[in-house]
Design a protein around this ligand. Structure first.
Ligand code: ZN
Length: 378
């Protein structure tokens, strides 16, 4: 998938604009307009943003001086008079590095351009590394990608499994053996670049909402090394009281026990649904039993999701992970279970689908986080 970022929607702003932030806000508005709409004149930007032409000219001068905006020529215009000068975000000003730590056997990353196109890929086998060894692998992967960037790097975005706070500290990621791992701080110190670390499912949901056309009330389920989820309500990401919103992987599903989980409990959703658990269960069984295993996993997911769909009146559930495992008997059993367990008149039109962004979803979401943090565009 190398489609650009530019055809999508911006996330709804969640904070009020204070007067002292107005200039930065207006600057981001101008950048956002150019990022989404492409070449525009100063007058176009003023119309689009509601800012005065004087303010726009002033901000544009500053953005040109900062190397973020360029003049790209004159508009072909039949009308008499001086033709308008067109401006654009300088799309060749920076590269972005996007990193995906969600897969169980590989850390993946890419150099992306500002439009979200993947220019160079790299990956490192995880080889069961945990703790400091896993951190060293992330550093090695970023180092490789930094070496492949041919423009200044706007920032590094990382989608990590586990619970990640808003300062990019991985509070817990059992599968990688991380607890209070300051990944954002470590990478920032090591590379001297802006770094954004967020939960992998939250990064994926951002990519899906901005570029995949997802509904504004949706839940994204990320199946990989573990099972994570992210929630968007009214277009706004939900983080929860301790940043663990969407962490359904270690919720026990049912009262009938189940396999032992890495967290110490039995029958967590992850024990039914994570990629390594599913792969090993399928490898040990015949074809007919395989369908049963996939259906059982789908039913367990449906059981876990039904109260969430019911409580939040979600419109859409998006699945992200290995298509061969998820798309088929598993997804069918999930939607059947959801329909059986929720109210048809309010949840009957709920849709469940695979992401359209493929396996690059977390890397693209990670790059989108950098764009949002550094330029205020999304
Ligand atoms: Zn667990």
């Amino acid at each position: 998938m190398t489609t650009g970022f530019t055809t999508g929607r911006a996330l709804r702003p969640t904070t009020k604009v204070l007067p002292e932030h107005a200039r930065g806000h207006n600057r981001a508005l101008v950048l956002q307009t150019l990022y989404r709409s492409g070449q525009q004149s100063r007058a176009d930007i003023a119309r689009e943003t509601g800012l005065t032409r004087v303010t726009v000219s002033d901000l544009v001068a500053e953005l040109i001086a900062d190397g973020l905006v360029i003049e790209v020529g004159q508009r072909e215009d039949a009308r008499p008079g001086k033709p308008a000068t067109l401006l654009d975000l300088d799309r060749s000003a920076f590269h972005i590095i996007g990193i995906d730590l969600s897969e169980y056997d590989t850390f993946r990353g890419a150099v992306l351009d500002l439009d979200g196109r993947i220019l160079h890929r790299a990956e490192l086998p995880l080889a069961s590394a945990t703790g400091e060894d896993a951190t060293a692998l992330v550093i090695a992967l970023v180092e490789t990608l930094v070496g492949h960037a041919t423009l200044p790097i706007l920032g590094v975005g990382v989608g990590s499994p586990g619970v990640v706070d808003l300062a990019g500290v991985v509070l817990t990621a059992p599968n990688l053996g991380w607890a209070n791992e300051d990944l954002q701080g470590t990478l920032n110190l090591r590379f001297g670049l802006p770094v954004v670390v967020a939960n992998d499912a939250n990064a994926a949901a951002l990519a899906e909402h901005s570029f995949g056309g997802a509904d504004s009330d949706m839940m994204l389920i990320k199946v990989g090394h573990g099972v994570g989820a992210a929630l968007l309500l009214d277009g706004t990401p939900l983080y929860g009281s301790r940043f663990a919103a969407g962490e359904i992987g270690h919720v026990v599903v049912g009262t009938d026990g189940g396999a032992e989980c890495v967290c110490g409990k039995r029958g967590c959703l992850e024990t039914w649904l994570s990629t390594p658990r599913l792969r090993s269960a399928l490898a040990a069984a015949d074809a007919e039993t395989n369908i049963q295993i996939l259906r059982e996993a789908g039913q367990r997911l449906g059981i876990a999701l039904a109260p969430i769909v019911g409580a939040l009146n979600l419109a859409e559930v998006v699945l992200s992970g290995p298509i061969a495992l998820l798309d088929g008997p598993l997804a069918e059993a999930t939607i059947e279970t959801l329909r059986n367990r929720t109210m048809a008149e309010f949840h009957g039109d709920l849709t469940l689908r695979m992401t359209t962004l493929g396996e690059d979803i977390v890397m693209r979401g990670a790059a989108a986080m950098v764009l949002s943090a550094q330029l205020g565009v999304s």
